[in-house]
Design a protein around this ligand. Structure first.
Ligand code: SAJ
Length: 426
């Protein structure tokens, strides 16, 4: 790649003259689009289903009020538009950032179908002098294999997304970003581009594969540590030792990073990405038992909670499950362990109702669960520890209510007793 193409693109970036296309406007793509538009870049969002554009414009997305107002201003100023993905529109972009989901399929194998659909579009675009960035989470060699073989001289970077949904302190703007290029020019372009919008300096890493494997390590590290504390919580439970006291004590050690036991791991990252690691390990003939066992441990936690419910349940007892989201203060239910618990209860023929403060009644019913109001029950199960719980529980818990606290939310006893995960408040 001649330097002048790269210098030309660098200048266009610095002058905010580049046209940026973002493929996928979900939890990663939309905040990124908003950031670029807010800094004065022309951004085109690409979606498969154009109805999504309407819902985004109407503010039906899990973004802050500030982000929503930036979005609307960018629409009105003509800095942000949303199109159905097309070769023609992609051709007009100087930078194309890929932010599509990389889930696992029913056999827990990597599902790259969304990425491959993007590849089929890009293979029809003249990519000369464009910068292509893959933010989707993939195993090493995927970016190079899928995006490295197009015609023309273009730049290629892997910059794994690190969005933390619901965390107002760690936003796309403040989270450090890795940039791994297929060559030095690509890395430099990636760094210059992200420097325009991020508060922290993007970190150039040696190769595409280092960036890909770092993301895998980050999330697998978290999944394994969560599984360790879940296993310890079961041991603490059997020893009648309060695991929260133990974590507090262990946290006085400089090299201990606290994780917390709960009902299991949900979301589109932590319970998913390690399966990409297992798949790569298998392909390379490397045994990854630690990772496999960790995933199994986390996936078993809803069953651990089920047993706690069964131990106190009697057929005429009224049960309310509080929350369905995979973690607090967001309404994302993807891979939610609380939904796994609800389905286990249904299998056992145990009746219950569900109240989720961040999800409307119709959606709860659509999921096949009966909706419950906040009213006194015999067994109150904390599935998700949304902030609203601090007030909501008072409408449900009386001195006769048994609380199954699957998030160790309560610090002191409420109701008749609190049965937590590795802790018991009586
Ligand atoms: N969880 C526990 N115990 C813990 C931490 C998490 O049970 O100590 C559970 C949560 O309840 C949830 C799941 O694990 O069900 C995942 O929790 P998370 O906080 O990791 O939530 P995510 O999926 O939103 O994680 C994101 C990830 N971001 C990306 O992958 C881009 C992850 O990389 C971050 O490590 C994480 O945010 C973070 O650090 O907060």
């Amino acid at each position: 790649m001649q330097k002048n193409h790269s210098e030309e693109l660098r200048e266009k970036i610095k002058k905010k003259k580049v046209k940026i296309g973002i493929i996928g406007l979900g939890y990663v793509g939309l905040p990124l689009a908003i950031l670029f538009a807010d800094k004065g870049f022309s951004v085109t969002g690409f979606v498969r289903n154009i109805q999504k554009a309407e819902s985004i414009k109407k503010g039906e997305r899990d973004i802050s009020k500030n982000q929503q107002s930036i979005l609307l201003k960018a629409f009105n100023d003509g800095l942000f538009s949303i199109n159905k993905t097309s070769v023609e529109k992609l051709q007009l972009q100087d930078v194309i950032i890929v932010c599509v989901p990389t889930p696992i399929d029913s056999e827990k194998k990597p599902d790259l179908s969304d990425l491959k659909e993007v590849v089929s579009f890009l293979s029809q675009v003249d990519l000369s002098s464009k910068l292509i960035i893959n933010e989707s989470t993939v195993a090493p060699f995927t970016t190079r294999t899928l995006f490295g073989g197009f015609n023309g001289n273009y730049y290629l970077v892997c910059s794994p997304e690190r969005v933390d949904p619901g965390n107002l302190s760690k936003t796309t703007e403040t989270i450090p970003k890795l940039v791994g290029g297929i060559n030095e020019e690509s890395s430099l372009l990636g760094k210059i581009l992200y420097s325009q919008i991020l508060k922290s300096d993007p970190v150039i890493v040696e190769t595409l594969e280092v960036a890909e494997m770092s993301k895998m390590l980050e999330n697998t590290y978290r999944a394994v540590n969560v599984s360790l504390i879940n296993e310890f919580a079961k041991l603490a439970d059997a020893c009648s030792i309060d695991i929260i006291d133990v974590i507090k004590a262990a946290s006085t050690k400089w090299s201990f990073q606290a994780h917390y036991p709960g009902i299991g791991t949900g979301g589109h990252c932590i319970p998913v990405d390690p399966y990409y690691v297992l798949s790569l390990g298998k392909a390379k003939g490397i045994n990854m038992d630690v990772v496999a066992d960790a995933l199994r441990e986390n996936e078993e936690m809803p069953r651990f909670i089920l047993k706690k419910i069964q131990a106190v349940y009697k057929p005429n007892k009224k049960i309310l499950i509080y929350g369905l989201a995979y973690k607090k203060n967001i309404k994302d239910i993807r891979e939610s362990p609380v939904i796994t618990l609800c389905n286990l209860l249904k299998e056992k023929g145990i009746s219950f109702s569900v109240y989720e403060p961040l999800i409307e009644k119709e959606k709860v019913i659509q999921l096949g669960f009966s909706y419950g109001e906040l009213q006194v029950v015999d067994i109150f199960v904390v599935g998700t520890d949304h902030d609203e719980l601090s007030a909501d529980y008072k409408k449900v818990v009386t001195e006769n209510t048994i609380v199954i606290d699957a998030r160790n939310f309560f610090k002191i006893k409420v109701g008749k007793k609190v049965i937590g995960v590795g802790r018991f408040l009586s």
